[in-house]
Design a protein around this ligand. Structure first.
Ligand code: ZN
Ligand code: ZN
Length: 461
């Protein structure tokens, strides 16, 4: 591959081998200061006990070996997408594959989640890799030959179902990584926990699920990992590119629901009413000033009213109005500030109108934070896997991710995988024309395998 610095991988391999060969006496600095010794050890170790696949050429060969099967699995999953908490067929395919690879497999974690444990033959840390399995209620409109034509009912409506966020690609990649690491199990210095989670996009109304429930049901218990890795396709990034964001990378998502209660009256007798529509309109406009006048310009936030329902007939002033929306922040203090100001806005405006209100916040997904130390350590692995020029730091995004629950328990590193092939066009995530390309799969397998092997090889420090 072009653009890969020769020194970086050798240094990493040298650290690996030095750790194996001079465990008691030599640290990484010693290994770099003694290239001849490290080189001899590297050659010997490659023949004997080193974790095969830790060098770029071996990883590339392994990726070429497993990619066709991963792509075939992706096509199958894409044609049979399943909504959150209903990933029964998907979970079955995942569990069968992990068992065939010789992993210890737990199923039914948080309804349909699957956990596979690969215990390496050599001592080392435990690391978790997570993929999400759910599709979305979206009717696919791509030119993919394996596009979804599945339909189902969702919240009482008939909808199409599609992998419009690329989770089929994530599952295929993680199975590819499992295939590579299982093949070198005896020489693997540590344990890898493969997490396949349901309902990343949220659960059906009234249900529990997703990452939070997987943790509650022991996904990180026995063995407990010291770090967790995840990746996600990115439509606006071409295949071959990888992106990462140190620190807060994706926003928290909180849902709010409000009811403004006024007094119903004839549409021609407004003096007898307390009009909830006018009051709600004032509230919606006043909410816009929270971001512009109350929070710092340096604190990115979103406050969206996504639903405003009131009234049934043109000549009746209704009795109430319902508002629902979403809040996105990157900081718990800012979140608290927004919720407090929203209460004050609702309180002041409804009081002045003679109306009353209720306002509830449903805490959703927390902020996805990339541990800065872990990120700094793993970015060189991304560069080795994709080439120096193909890896870039990207700004935080306002979407949110269930991965945050895992990354709140142990240090996490979550990176983005370019998924639009040159010469093709993809709509945004969650749109009917979202189109992740198969060619992103070997790139993802190579990147994640390199990250995991480098982490384990360096002893998880
Ligand atoms: Zn999504
Ligand atoms: Zn997604």
């Amino acid at each position: 591959m072009t653009g890969i610095p020769v020194r970086a991988p050798r240094t990493l391999v040298a650290i690996l081998v030095a750790a194996a060969s001079f465990a008691a006496t030599a640290g990484p600095a010693d290994a770099q200061a003694r290239p001849a010794a490290a080189s001899r050890a590297r050659t010997a170790a490659a023949r004997a006990a080193a974790p095969a696949g830790a060098d770029t050429a071996t990883i590339n060969a392994a990726v070429a070996r497993v990619a066709p099967e991963a792509i075939a699995i992706r096509h199958d999953l894409h044609q049979h997408p399943e909504l959150g908490n209903h990933e029964v067929r998907t979970a079955g395919i995942v569990a069968d594959k992990l068992r065939a690879l010789g992993l210890e497999v737990r199923t039914g974690v948080a309804h349909t989640g699957v956990v596979g444990v690969l215990r390496g033959g050599r001592p080392g840390p435990v690391v978790a890799v997570r993929a999400d399995m759910d599709a979305l209620p979206v009717t696919e409109a791509t030119d993919l030959p394996f596009k979804s034509t599945v339909r189902t009912t969702y919240n009482g409506l008939e909808v199409g179902v599609a992998h419009a966020c690329g989770h089929d690609v994530h599952v295929a990649i993680e199975l590819g990584v499992a295939s590579i690491l299982a093949a070198m199990k005896d020489r693997l210095p540590g344990t890898v926990l493969f997490i396949f989670q349901p309902a990343e996009e949220g659960v059906p109304q009234g249900e529990d699920g997703g990452a939070k429930m997987m943790l509650a049901e022991g996904a990180f218990r026995d063995p407990h990992p010291s770090a967790v890795f995840g990746l996600h396709t990115m439509a606006e990034m071409p295949v071959g590119k990888l992106g990462f964001t140190p620190g807060p990378a994706l926003a928290s998502a909180t849902t709010f629901r409000a009811v403004i209660r006024g007094r119903q009256a004839h549409g021609a007798r407004p003096e007898l009413s307390v009009d909830p529509i006018v009051t709600a309109a004032q509230v919606v406009l006043a909410l816009q000033t929270i971001r512009s006048r109350n929070t710092s310009p340096f604190a990115p936030t979103v406050l969206t009213v996504g639903m405003l329902h009131s009234g049934e007939r043109q000549n009746i002033i209704p009795g109430e109005a319902r508002l629902e929306g979403t809040i996105r922040t990157y900081d718990a203090a800012v979140q608290d500030q927004i919720e407090r100001r929203m209460r004050e806005v609702f309180d002041g405006i409804t009081k002045s109108a003679g109306a009353t209100f209720t306002l509830e916040f449903e805490e959703g997904t927390p902020v996805t934070v990339n541990d800065t130390v872990l990120t700094a350590r793993m970015v060189p692995s991304l560069r080795r896997a994709a080439g120096e020029a193909n890896v870039s730091q990207i700004p935080p995004a306002t979407v949110s991710e269930d991965f945050s629950y895992f990354a709140n328990v142990v240090p996490g590193f979550y990176f983005r995988l370019g998924s639009t092939a040159p010469g093709t066009v993809s709509g945004d995530h969650h749109s009917p024309t979202f189109r992740a390309d198969d060619t992103a799969i070997p790139v993802g397998i190579r990147a994640m395998t390199t990250v995991v092997l480098d982490y384990l090889g360096a002893g998880g420090r």
